[in-house]
Design a protein around this ligand. Structure first.
Ligand code: CA
Length: 544
């Protein structure tokens, strides 16, 4: 049965009027080519040719299946729903999908798995998954899945069998994995301790750092490692490109060295099974610490230092020194490469654990939300975008609110719309739905699509290193070059609310506007050596 819509997803008409250029004031103008042509990026970027992604420097889209698209009207998103939106994802310019957990689980978020080799019935079947992979392959979209191996659900058979064994064990007997192999899968002890929960009907405790229903696995166990080797093979055989690793800093809580050792084993095991297997890990900690995890040989670590309301991107958008956006990238290039010369950064701006970015900037007319999205998408590596951010969706406070239904339409009964997690509060959207923004050349949606088009058309943006062009940086202007193979571009950002001129004479070889991003109808011009940029705009300049 479809759940009732307790949660109202509304874009109030007052907000629409207040936002001016970010919304459609006149629906008649929506599909009007003259409206589109008045926005410079629609014309100037028209002839760019996005290249086919052939390595792991991709543009990735994070999907929470539960809230993305519902195909069978039960209110819960599902794999067939994702399949029905692959054209949308491809059209935006993404070449990879990260599916948050799809395995059976008692919770809505599914980060506590009960069976690592199946699809949760709420989402569909393995056949649906195979179909999803084959539809993605047709579109050159790789799929990575969440691998949650720090802990299972207490309902996982491994845990329930160990629990049964310990319940039956007489108090004065020692426990042994010889009698129940699953005793060794978790960290059971007779001593109460920090991070441990009592095991019902026994005098035992088990390690459960996140939540009593999520027992931590014993990653020292050869049997557990062998299980995960089989699990990786299972998904790789089903055509996934690799794995997003959950909570790697919690493998051995508080012990980076042992975490890195385990990660080293895991990454090499995955690549032994399939040499092209790609790994990206969540190590939610400071830059110096997560950078160390590159020692394991992992492909990518999520770049937490640029993300969230207090990361480099949001801080610069809020007024911190504009050139810090470039300088901070230079610092991490040096740091990451000191651990692994083959590292591929994984920049992202928000994810399912963070408040959505539309709430970061009070009094924004949409320009800051847009520019921040581009700052993420113009970073080197494999850049991730959380579903709905391309529409400027809202959501903060409790986790459920950050995982609200994808805002396909302002009509909650429209095709594909999901009900959202049960404990979600009312989430009031600021910016319009996909349906209302797709034909507006100044919508957040079309801005993000242009940013992806530029990213995918200039390999130096995804593959090159940043070199700050200090001569050009001033006030709210950040400028840097990026080079890859025989392409070199100068990228100039106006990260402020006023028009600004920049003298390019010290870098006069850059003489042609190749691509632009605008947040309004004012145009960027390059007249001689003078680059004039309206508020919150971006210029990609090449050499003719
Ligand atoms: Ca469904």
């Amino acid at each position: 049965m479809r759940k009732s819509f307790k949660q109202l997803l509304i874009c109030t008409s007052l907000t629409v009027l207040a936002l001016g250029g970010c919304t459609q004031k006149d629906p008649e103008a929506a599909g009007n080519p003259s409206a589109a042509s008045s926005v410079q990026m629609m014309e100037l970027n028209k002839d760019l040719v996005p290249l086919k992604a052939e390595d792991d420097y991709r543009s990735a889209y994070e999907i929470f299946v539960y809230s993305f698209a519902d195909s069978d009207h039960d209110g819960i998103g599902d794999l067939q729903g994702v399949i029905s939106k692959l054209d949308y994802i491809e059209d935006l310019g993404f070449s990879e999908i990260w599916l948050m957990p799809v395995c059976p689980s008692p919770t809505y978020h599914k980060y506590d798995v009960t069976d690592y080799k199946a699809i949760d019935p709420e989402y569909g079947t393995m056949d649906d998954f195979d179909q999803l992979i084959s539809e993605c392959k047709k579109r050159n979209i790789e799929v990575i899945v969440d691998l949650v191996l720090n802990h299972t659900s207490t309902s996982h058979e491994w845990f329930t069998q160990a629990h049964e064994y310990l319940k039956e064990l007489p108090d004065d007997w020692g426990a042994s994995a010889d009698y129940c192999p699953y005793f060794d899968y978790y960290n059971f002890t007779r001593d109460a301790g920090d991070g441990y929960s009592p095991l019902a009907d026994t005098n035992w405790y088990y390690e459960a750092r996140f939540w009593s229903e999520m027992p931590d696995l014993n990653l020292d166990s050869e049997k557990v490692r062998s299980e995960f080797s089989d699990i990786m093979k299972f998904w790789l055989d089903h055509g996934v490109h690799g794995f997003r690793l959950d909570a790697v800093t919690s493998y051995y809580t508080g012990n980076n060295e042992r975490n890195i050792e385990f990660l080293d084993w895991l990454v090499h095991e995955g690549k032994r099974i399939d040499p092209s297997c790609y790994f990206v890990a969540e190590g939610w900690t400071d830059r110096k610490t997560f950078a160390m995890y590159y020692q394991s040989g992992i492909d990518s670590m999520f770049d937490f230092s640029f993300a969230n309301n207090d990361g480099v991107i949001a801080q610069v958008v809020k007024g911190y020194d504009a050139k810090a956006y470039g300088e901070s990238q230079v610092r991490e290039q040096e740091l990451f490469s000191s651990y692994s010369e083959n590292y591929i950064n994984a920049p992202f701006y928000t994810n399912h654990d963070m408040a959505r970015s539309a709430g970061y900037y009070p009094d924004d007319d949409g320009s800051k939300v847009k520019t921040a999205m581009a700052m993420n998408l113009f970073m080197s590596g494999n850049a991730f975008v959380y579903y709905g951010e391309e529409l400027g969706m809202k959501g903060s406070g409790r986790d459920e609110n950050k995982r609200a239904p994808m805002y396909w339409s302002s009509d909650p009964e429209a095709q594909g719309m999901c009900s959202g997690p049960i404990d979600m509060e009312e989430v009031t959207m600021i910016y319009p739905s996909y349906e209302e923004s797709k034909d507006d050349p100044l919508s957040i949606y079309n801005y993000v699509k242009q940013a992806l088009k530029i990213r995918n058309s200039f390999p130096s943006i995804s593959h090159g290193n940043v070199e700050v062009a200090y001569d050009l940086c001033h006030d709210r202007i950040c400028a840097y070059t990026k080079e890859y193979e025989n392409e070199k571009v100068l990228i100039v950002w106006n990260l402020g609310g006023a028009k600004a001129d920049t003298d390019l004479s010290s870098m006069a070889e850059f003489n042609t506007l190749k691509a632009v991003l605008n947040t309004n109808e004012e145009k960027i011009t390059l007249d001689g050596n003078t680059l004039s940029m309206p508020a919150w705009s971006v210029a990609v300049i090449g050499m003719e």
